[in-house]
Design a protein around this ligand. Structure first.
Ligand code: 1HE
Length: 259
């Protein structure tokens, strides 16, 4: 059984972390499979759902594999770079990735979740960075991706004070975007993926690659980059029928919604 299972349903790919007996801990093979998938995704795939088998989303780095391999510093650094590359491809690959979270989202599990674009979570979800307690460190991108969501100061506190956050706290901190009932995250993630698959490619490209990159830029560079992206998106010839639909009052109405 593959540790990462890939199933295609029309325009949606379902990526399943499929090693529930080890709480979906990620070893080299799993990271390589994720990297391969996002390196050259099938052009027919327009959105991805990242889900997990069993009761937990992901327990992070496969500590057993690390213990057995006993990697040296350079080998471990290279391994971290493999994680960074795979998760960068996911974050900046221009395909929306919707995560269905439940149970433990810890260590490297939080690192992979932080590279997804929309995070839907069940009440059982909890977040932690237990590396401090285990005498190790983050290496799958948390210092960049998690710190940017919750702030660097809070990430330091999270690790030093060994905090874990429940789903509600995760929502307040931006780790979760929507809380659903137990057992409902996957269906909701698929529904969001289906809707996002309807967007124009160029629009998703701008949203997914532009916003995160622009937050790394100075104000002047960011505004310039935004105008470039907007110039590309707003001159998409396919946009005209969509605007005509809006003028004709046929576009879906925006409704205020409590989420
Ligand atoms: C594992 C792993 C793992 C479980 N690597 N085997 N991550 C951590 O420190 C999290 C470590 N895991 C846990 O704290 C707990 O397993 C959970 C809270 C996630 C779930 O608890 P529970 O009670 O449901 O399961 P369990 O009994 O602890 O684990 C079930 C089995 O999975 C058990 O093996 P078994 O042979 O005794 O059945 C565990 O050993 C195994 N297992 N987690 C390997 N992570 C690029 S650097 C990234 C930095 C990191 O991610 S460091 C890791 C942080």
């Amino acid at each position: 059984m593959a540790e990462i299972e890939i199933e295609t349903r029309g325009r949606i790919a379902l990526l399943t972390l499929n090693r529930p007996g080890r709480r979906n801990a990620l070893g080299d093979a799993a990271i390589a499979a994720i990297d391969r998938f996002f390196d050259r995704p099938d052009p027919a795939i327009r959105a991805v759902v990242l889900r997990a088998a069993g009761g937990h989303f992901c327990a992070g780095l496969d500590l057993q594999e690390q213990y057995e391999r006993n990697r040296g510093p350079v080998e471990f650094m290279r391994m971290c770079q493999n994680w960074h590359r795979a998760f960068d491809r996911m974050q900046f690959g221009a395909i929306p990735v919707i995560a269905a979270l439940k149970g433990a989202v810890v260590g490297g599990g939080l690192e992979i979740a932080a590279a997804t674009h929309v995070r839907v979570a069940e009440p059982s979800t909890f977040f932690a960075l237990p590396e401090g307690q285990r005498g190790v460190f983050t290496g799958g991108g948390a210092t960049v991706r998690v710190a940017r969501i919750i702030t660097a100061a809070r990430m330091i506190d999270m690790m030093i004070a060994a905090r874990s956050y429940d789903v509600k706290r995760g929502f307040d901190l931006g780790l979760v975007h929507e809380i659903v009932g137990e057992g409902e995250a996957e269906a909701r993630a698929i529904a969001i993926a289906e809707a996002a698959a309807e967007h124009y490619d160029v629009t998703n490209f701008a949203i997914l690659t532009g916003i995160a990159r622009i937050s790394d830029m100075s104000t002047t560079d960011g505004l310039f980059a935004e105008s470039l992206l907007a110039g590309m998106v707003m001159t998409n010839p396919d946009l005209r029928p969509s605007l005509e639909k809006f003028f004709a009052g046929k576009a879906p109405r925006l409704e205020p919604k409590a989420e």
